[in-house]
Design a binder for this molecule. Structure first.
Ligand SMILES: NC(=O)c1ccc[n+]([C@@H]2O[C@H](COP(=O)([O-])OP(=O)(O)OC[C@H]3O[C@@H](n4cnc5c(N)ncnc54)[C@H](O)[C@@H]3O)[C@@H](O)[C@H]2O)c1
Length: 419
């Protein structure tokens, strides 16, 4: 009996001992399991979560690659969509001419481009972009009748054309005085190159001369028969004498080579697409008034100028090219204004708070300028039509727009109007 009880005790102790062992084992297992769980979470966070960031980065990269690919495709597709151009007249091959305009990316040249393109001709512009800009003619780029050549006319140019309008030359004092030797080269070597081209092709050539050939005139108004009053070594001489030589060359070629030449003596012209740094009265006064700056008048302001709107000039140039008249012809507006009067007209048009201030007179500044346009009336049936206020209004709007431009896309507001 005692033996049985001892055995039972022995068994019970063993069971209790086993139970304790089991408890210890479970307790250890649990703590290990918890630690493993914690370590797992940590590892998950460290690796899996980081992988997620990497994965997202990868997704973003793929998306941006795809966007770039799509952008390329859009560009390619856009280039296939036909660009819309101003509506040009259709001329058949008999009446359509190939016309070269040197300086066609400049202020006057670009308006002439518009006119000849709208008439249905093929127009080639040769320009070195010294003062001209591609954007003056960009609305024609790609048109089957239009071509733009980056070319300096001081170098010869070999192309096939029927007519040449030779306009290439800086026109405003700050531009032509910037590199006087180059200005002389452009008006001498450049003119020789164009006359040579016209002779080779038997093409008619029109030279854009200037009222500056009259210098500071002592005859008023200036008829074409007046020989001028120019200082040959003054600051304006590179331009004035350059244009005078250009005229001399033109008539020497005409006489010697029996060529068809036309010479336009252009007076002050203004309008949209004028250069922002033109530096002449119209642009200076408008820009100063628009920015509420002082309007600067050089000298007393009693000196006079006459201003023609650019579309009037283009009418005159086209009429001259088409005429049989071979002598120089004045193209300008005979309505004369003193500079001070002009400053107050612009101030009135723009509004604002600008004051007029007088500065020292500029060297060799002509005192009076007004064209005698009897010849143009008689031989071209031409006279200016655009009223000063209407022309200035368009020009002020142009400058206003230019001043507020801050993106490349904000441009070409002044698309050609149908004549
Ligand atoms: N705007 C006027 O009031 C006025 C008055 C008298 C005469 N003109 C004459 O009319 C013509 C055009 O004047 P604008 O007012 O349009 O001037 P502009 O400066 O706007 O245009 C002249 C153009 O000729 C280009 N050019 C200059 N040198 C060149 C060269 N070596 N090779 C190729 N291209 C060159 C310029 O880049 C520019 O596109 C000029 O010959 C100028 O002398 C103009």
């Amino acid at each position: 009996m005692i033996q049985v009880t001892w055995k039972i005790k022995h068994v019970l102790v063993s069971v209790v001992f086993l139970l304790i062992l089991l408890l210890i084992f479970f307790a250890k297992y649990n703590s290990k399991h918890n630690a493993a769980q914690k370590t797992g979470q940590y590892l998950y966070k460290k690796f899996v979560f980081n992988d997620e960031i990497e994965y997202n980065k990868q997704l973003l990269q793929e998306a941006s690659d795809r966007i770039q690919e799509l952008e390329k495709k859009i560009l390619a597709l856009e280039s296939q969509v036909p660009k819309s151009y101003p509506d040009v007249k259709f001329l058949n091959y008999l009446s359509r001419k190939r016309i070269l305009i040197t300086g066609g990316a400049g202020f006057v040249g670009s308006h002439l481009v518009d006119r000849l393109m709208l008439q249905g001709h093929e127009v080639i512009v040769a320009d070195n972009f010294f003062t001209g800009r591609k954007r003056n003619v960009e609305h024609w780029i790609g048109h089957e009748n239009f071509e733009l050549i980056h070319h300096d006319i001081v170098n010869p140019l070999f192309i096939e054309v029927d007519e040449i309008y030779h306009l290439a030359s800086p026109a405003s004092p700050p531009h032509y005085m910037y590199n006087p030797v180059k200005t002389i080269k452009t008006n001498t070597l450049g003119t020789i190159n164009m006359l040579g081209l016209a002779r080779r092709l038997n093409a008619r050539i029109l030279i854009a001369s200037t009222s500056e050939v009259y210098g500071d005139p002592d005859i008023h108004p200036q008829p074409e028969t007046y020989w001028g009053h120019v200082n040959p070594i003054g600051p304006r001489a590179c331009y004035d004498e350059g244009k005078r030589v250009s005229e001399t060359l033109t008539y020497a070629y005409a006489k010697q080579e029996n060529m068809q030449v036309r010479v336009a003596r252009i007076f002050n012209t203004y309008g949209p697409r004028m250069h922002m740094n033109d530096g002449r009265v119209v642009s200076n006064f408008i820009l100063q008034a628009l920015q509420n700056d002082v309007i600067t008048v050089y000298g007393s302001g009693d000196q006079t100028r006459s201003f023609q709107y650019v579309s009037d000039l283009v009418d005159g140039l086209v009429a001259l090219m088409g005429s049989n008249y071979t002598q120089p012809i004045n193209l300008g507006n005979p309505v004369e204004h003193s500079i001070i009067e002009f400053a107050s007209i612009i101030k009135g048009l723009v509004g604002g708070r600008s004051k007029i201030k007088h500065l020292a007179q500029v060297e060799d500044d002509p005192q009076r300028r007004r064209p005698d346009i009897t010849r143009a009336k008689k031989y071209l049936n031409w006279e200016p039509k655009v009223d000063l206020n209407a022309g200035l209004h368009k020009t002020v709007n142009y400058f206003k727009h230019e001043l507020h431009r801050f993106k490349h896309s904000q441009r070409n507001k002044f698309l050609p109007e149908k004549p």
